[in-house]
Design a protein around this ligand. Structure first.
Ligand code: F0G
Length: 459
């Protein structure tokens, strides 16, 4: 018997029409956008896989929750509802809302990082590292080696290499490490998960040296699914239970609600230490807003609270991962080089292997993302040399081993049929890959350059 199919655990109540453009229109649009998919107009995009951030479809209950928003300047009922949701699902007693994830990164970096300190983590993320460096800290990558190899099939490719962590602690001393930053899942490695065992061990090492552990919990729900699927002893535990155990190993988290929490805007910092809470409340009023709204409307707090309960439902999470795999497996079957195993939020094309004729300094992933847009109106994102930026010491490009194009799947937005369209286009490009040319950067902003850099095709 063939396998019984599983369908979306929801039905569609409102639709947003999208328009397919002509190839001529797309060629003009990408030229105008400086070959940077971030600079395209969304109206010119057919299937938008730029990011899973803030692009989720909210549920009917979340839309209803918007109406319940208490817009009082201080002490709004909506704030208490969010605080309770974080306490119940994440298990942290204290919460400080922020407008999005980087708002929380900003606060914790200001509170804990001093010049000359080191922050070990499982691969960098762009905004996280930018905030570390703005405070004079240095990010140190302590992820296991396999994470830098797109083809290495490892179940928990996001794990921290404990030997690298111990080595750093021995070299600089625990007093110069304000916290260990563990990302769940690891975005830049391909949405790869961290095992419960690894979280436990990181906690043990941190306790041995008196160092804090801070999670970037942005996609921790997806991480919980991989633990349920792959780690012995977790098959019969619910996502919500696994999620709660994961969080028990952290002193606090930064959170972008725009991913797991199924909202279009919002984030928070959560923690156990009342002194850090105190400092975060002092800072949040300067940078975000009152500690009971943190740059968000009351309705945003309501929608995020509702999203927090929905995000840990087993059927939902299983469907989410299944859809990402549905796309990835079609590409694997066609022999297209992608990051393996397929991660939680996206399928990542390995641009170095896809376009071996384009040297990294000619931005192969940027060129591939632009070519995909021209072929089918599918918008993806570069995650390679452009995203990695420049080394603040040497001023030279950082040249990451991973030169990737991310096909990021928004939550509850597209059907499998959209995935078929994407797969077809990628296969079509792969068949004609020798026609794709490299790019030259003609405008480069000083920080987070990938957002607004401009390019021209090389002849
Ligand atoms: N941490 C991770 C792992 C992220 O992926 C992001 C955002 C942030 C922190 C910052 O959160 O955007 O709410 O300020 N990632 C988006 C992406 C932008 O497309 O991967 P934010």
């Amino acid at each position: 018997m063939e396998q019984r199919p599983v369908a979306e655990p929801y039905r569609i109540k409102a639709v947003e029409m999208v328009r397919m453009t002509t190839r001529e229109e797309r060629e003009a649009a990408i030229r105008e956008a400086g070959y940077n998919t971030f600079l395209l107009r969304s109206e010119d995009v057919y299937i938008d896989l730029l990011t899973d951030s803030g692009t989720s479809a909210m549920s009917d209950r979340q839309w209803a929750a918007l109406q319940m928003g208490d817009e009082a300047y201080a002490g709004a009922r909506s704030w208490f509802r969010l605080e309770k949701a974080v306490q119940e699902v994440y298990g942290f007693p204290y919460v400080v809302p922020t407008h999005q994830g980087r708002g929380a990164e900003h606060l914790i970096s200001r509170i804990l990082i001093r010049p000359g300190t080191y922050i070990p983590g499982n691969m960098y993320f762009t905004t996280t590292r930018a905030h570390i460096e703005l405070q004079g800290g240095t990010f140190v990558d302590v992820i296991r080696d396999e994470a830098h190899d797109p083809a290495a099939e490892v179940p928990f490719k996001g794990d921290i290499d404990l030997r690298k962590l111990e080595e750093l602690i021995g070299r600089v001393g625990p007093g110069r490490i304000p916290y260990i930053n563990v990302a769940l899942t690891v975005n830049m490695a391909g949405g790869q998960p961290v095992s419960m065992q690894n979280l436990r061990e990181v906690r043990r090492i941190a306790d041995k040296y008196g160092i804090r552990v801070w999670f970037d919990a942005t996609r921790a729900v997806e991480n919980a699914y991989f633990i349920q699927e792959r780690e012995p002893g977790y098959q019969d535990r619910s996502i919500r239970e696994i999620f709660r155990e994961m969080m028990s190993y952290a002193d606090g988290i930064t959170m972008s609600g725009k991913k797991d929490c199924l909202v279009n805007i919002g984030g928070f910092l959560a923690m156990r230490d009342p002194e850090i809470l105190q400092k975060a409340r002092e800072l949040v009023v300067v940078w975000e807003g009152m500690p009971t709204y943190g740059g968000l409307a009351g309705r945003d707090l309501e929608a995020m609270a509702q999203g927090i309960y929905e995000m840990v439902e087993d059927d939902w999470v299983a469907w989410r991962i299944r859809q990402v795999r549905y796309l990835g497996e079609q590409l694997l079957a066609a022999g297209i080089p992608i990051v393996r195993p397929i991660g939680g939020h996206a399928v990542f094309l390995d641009a170095k292997a896809f376009l071996p004729h384009i040297p990294q300094d000619h931005f192969p992933a940027q060129a591939l993302a632009a070519a995909l847009y021209v072929d089918s109106g599918v918008r993806a994102m570069e995650r390679g040399i452009v995203s990695a930026g420049r080394d603040p010491q040497t001023g030279d490009h950082r040249r990451p081993k991973l030169e990737l194009v991310r096909l990021t799947i928004p939550r509850r937005v597209y059907t499998d049929r959209h995935m078929d369209v994407v797969a077809y286009s990628v296969k079509h490009l792969y068949a004609h890959r020798d026609q794709i040319k490299g790019l030259r950067m003609v405008y480069e902003p000083p920080t987070l350059r990938f957002f607004t850099a401009r390019f021209e095709p090389l002849e």
